[in-house]
Design a protein around this ligand. Structure first.
Ligand SMILES: [Zn+2]
Length: 121
């Protein structure tokens, strides 16, 4: 009797090691970000953005992709923050300057709205 060895692509195998919060493999998720966020370029899921609506720093990995992988594929991106209905246009690139502002904001207790900042793309 012989063992049947399954040869899976390395990326697929690594996905089996943990339970990702999203059903999409990294590569597909990154592709969805690149396709659905027409305002800024995504090179990695580890890139960070500053959400102008909820004032939080989010990573590509945290962003929620709505829609399935079948048919037309993922159709919508949404902020991982509960109750935040921002769209990709609201996600500013995280420059050092923006980061400083974000840190200042997060230090305040009663921030009701995030400051509008120039997106220095
Ligand atoms: Zn948000």
């Amino acid at each position: 009797m012989r063992l049947i060895v399954l040869s899976l692509p390395a990326t697929y195998t690594s996905c089996m090691d943990f339970s990702p919060p999203f059903p999409l493999p990294d590569a597909e998720k990154l592709h969805a970000l690149q396709r659905l966020d027409q305002f800024r370029e995504w090179r990695s899921l580890d890139e960070r953005r500053y959400c102008l609506v909820c004032g939080k720093i989010i990573t590509g990995r945290q962003i929620q992709v709505a829609g399935g992988t079948s048919g037309d594929g993922p159709s919508r991106l949404s902020c991982p923050t509960e109750g935040c209905n921002s769209i990709p246009m609201d996600w500013a690139l995280l420059t050092d300057e923006n980061l400083a502002v974000a840190k200042m904001v997060s230090c305040e207790d009663d921030v009701t709205s995030a400051p509008k900042m120039a997106d220095s793309a």
